[in-house]
Design a protein around this ligand. Structure first.
Ligand code: SAH
Length: 239
């Protein structure tokens, strides 16, 4: 998977060189580059922002450097072009899986007050938000999108890692995890997890997942129940 992130602060993406993402980039499974938008500015001082029309606080990123940067990287519009934005569709597990199917992903990071709307309208396919709060820039949002999607790209996770037992994979939150020692500060690991009985362990974990989801995420629980009802109907069950 080829990923190009367009940003005024490429050094922020050095953080992706660590851990699972770092390994995937080194292996070549993910071809990642952070591209400096400023390099495309036609202003003699490399300026990429200006005051907003209509007044108001802060600065807005100008369209020319972004437009030229996007078209230099992707002249034939082969990339899925994303803009990180609080007004976009909310990133979720399903969206991350969907994005992982894309061969070429471009992510534009806004900064300051945002980006001149015209360049979004002209060039961008999809706007994605990582939640209902405002960040200072799209860089952290882009890292979340890249990391969440890359986990579903073949070869990114090692053999011992899996995305199929994680939270959201089956519509539920994950059960609590434990490792050695068997007792810590007086708190014991649940006995069933030490029993070696896989059926019992699976049942226990499933129950924990269901309880946790019901308690903490009524929205997810309800969605799952509705999907079950629909599934029963489709298979002609319950008649
Ligand atoms: N004025 C904008 C916020 C600008 S924040 C507004 O009120 O909606 C600067 C940049 O940070 C944005 O252009 C966007 O690229 C990024 N950003 C901020 N919050 C974000 C979020 N929740 N999800 C994704 N990107 C975000």
């Amino acid at each position: 998977m080829k990923i190009r992130v367009l940003t005024l602060f490429p050094a922020m993406f050095d953080a992706l060189g660590e851990s699972i993402m770092g390994r995937a980039i080194k292996k070549g499974v993910i071809d990642f580059k952070a591209v400096d938008i400023r390099a495309y500015s036609k202003d003699k001082h490399g300026k990429c922002d200006d005051t907003p029309y209509g007044g108001g606080a802060g600065m807005v990123m100008t369209p020319q450097p972004i437009y030229d940067c996007i078209n230099a990287i992707d002249p034939d519009h082969e990339y899925l072009r994303i803009f990180t934005s609080p007004v976009g569709d909310r990133l979720c597990d399903g969206m991350a899986r969907e994005l992982a199917q894309t061969d070429k992903l471009m992510i534009l990071c806004g900064h300051y007050e945002g980006v001149d709307r015209r360049v979004i309208d002209l060039c961008i396919d999809r706007e994605i938000s990582i939640g209902d709060y405002v960040l200072s820039g799209g860089e952290l949002a882009a890292m979340c999108i890249v990391d969440a999607a890359a986990r579903f790209v073949d070869g990114v996770l090692g053999k011992s890692e899996s995305h199929e037992t994680e939270s959201f994979s089956d519509g539920l939150l994950e059960y609590p995890q434990y490792t050695r020692p068997p007792e810590f500060m007086g708190l014991k690991v649940p006995e069933v997890l030490q029993s070696g009985d896989h059926k019992k362990v699976d049942k226990y974990r499933r129950e924990c997942s269901e309880r946790l989801t019901k308690e903490r995420r009524a929205d997810l629980w309800e969605k799952l129940q509705n999907e079950k009802k629909l599934g029963d109907k489709d298979s002609g069950g319950g008649v």
